[in-house]
Design a protein around this ligand. Structure first.
Ligand code: FMN
Length: 345
């Protein structure tokens, strides 16, 4: 099966093409450390056969948290805690990435360090969110440094891949989208200016991340509104930064309230647009639950890797189950479960 084939990106070799996308468990406390629940969750998916696990949105600063219960990477003290996930998952052959994030105007945390929230422009997401302050240029520069510091900590913790969260209406995507960026300085206006923050973040990240290890950029390729980001705009943005990233994780929405009609594989066409328009490898995601869907996507080269989110929440052993159902005898089933996978013979 194509989904069980190995995949190499830079120095990272994945044992298969199934990815656990970043999915916030909202299970930490206001200190942002890894809890046992995180370990049980991520390690179960590693035992279940997932090739690449991407740890959830992890905040680069206190005000960069989505909630008070997000994981944090804002201090050196977080390194050992985050390393536990990597070390445990590695034991079962999974490779581990981490998504680093600044929540921008979508910060709903209320504990220490969140008395003010920040965005490119002073516009609230909706009436239940707080009004953000417009970032001054000096504040933009310090957030860029915080992204770099977070990358260094992720590297020190042993992560195999770094994912920059440039999607879903958090800070980077707020700079990219014309719906949320109304600035008149060099960080706003033209598409090139709106890309400047992302470019500077990536430049800082690259200084702090091991050259041989891959960097993924997660994007919202479509805002689902006529005045918002269109997939063709995202192609132009990625083409400006493609020298600094290795793979694009193509998602959509979340930047502004918009009608989204989700159906199985609804984001795959967006992956195709980015893959072709940017000549870059992609990860696709979104209501993909069946191996037959995954095979179709991979064999038609609509994406290079496929992420299964809620499907892997429901069944951490999805990959092993697919191998078993398809009678793949040379699949590496977990040592201690061998007996279960011999039963059909
Ligand atoms: C509970 C939950 C938490 C999520 N957290 C994140 C996150 O931390 N970062 C992110 O980029 N996307 C996040 N997402 C989006 C998922 O990564 C994924 O793109 C989405 O669930 C669609 O894939 P699926 O249909 O396979 O679940 C989250 C989704 C859910 C349901």
């Amino acid at each position: 099966m194509e989904l069980l084939n190995r995949y190499q990106i830079k120095n990272l070799e994945l044992k298969n093409k199934i990815v656990l996308p970043p999915m916030d468990m909202y299970s930490s406390d206001d200190q942002g450390y890894v809890k046992n629940s995180h370990l049980y969750h991520y390690v179960s998916r590693a035992i279940g056969g997932v090739g690449l696990i991407i740890v959830e949105a992890t905040a680069i600063t206190l005000a960069g948290r989505i909630t008070d219960n997000c994981l944090g990477i804002w201090s050196d003290e977080h390194v050992n805690s985050l390393k536990e996930i990597v070390d445990e998952c590695h034991q079962y052959g999974a490779k581990v990435g981490i998504q680093i994030n600044h929540a921008g105007r979508k910060c709903t945390a209320t504990s220490l360090g969140t008395d003010k929230i920040y965005a490119p422009s002073p516009l609230a997401f909706n009436s239940s969110y707080r009004l953000p302050e417009e970032l001054a240029k000096t504040e933009i520069q310090s957030i860029i440094k915080e992204f770099g510091a977070a990358a260094k900590r992720a590297d020190q913790a042993g992560y195999d891949l770094l994912e920059i969260h440039g999607a879903h209406g958090y800070l980077i995507s707020e700079f990219l989208s014309p719906l949320t960026n109304k600035r008149s300085d060099e960080y706003g206006g033209s598409l090139e200016n709106r890309t400047r923050f992302l470019k500077e973040v990536l430049a800082e990240v690259k200084k702090n991340w091991t050259e041989e290890k891959p960097i993924s950029l997660r994007v919202s390729a479509y805002d689902y509104l006529p005045e918002g980001m269109q997939p063709e705009d995202m192609v132009k943005i990625i083409n400006q930064v493609k020298g600094d990233i290795d793979i694009v994780h193509v998602s959509s929405g979340g930047v502004a309230e918009a009608p989204i009609k989700a159906f199985p594989g609804y984001q795959v066409p967006l992956s195709e647009v980015i893959k072709k328009g940017c000549d870059m490898p992609t990860i696709t995601v979104g209501l993909i639950t069946e191996s037959i869907q995954v095979e179709e996507i991979l064999k038609n080269k609509r994406a290079d890797l496929v992420a299964i989110g809620r499907g892997l929440f429901r069944n951490p052993y999805w990959v092993n189950q697919v191998a078993y159902d398809n009678k793949i005898d040379d699949h590496e089933y977990p040592e201690f479960y061998q007996e279960a996978y011999k039963l059909r013979r």
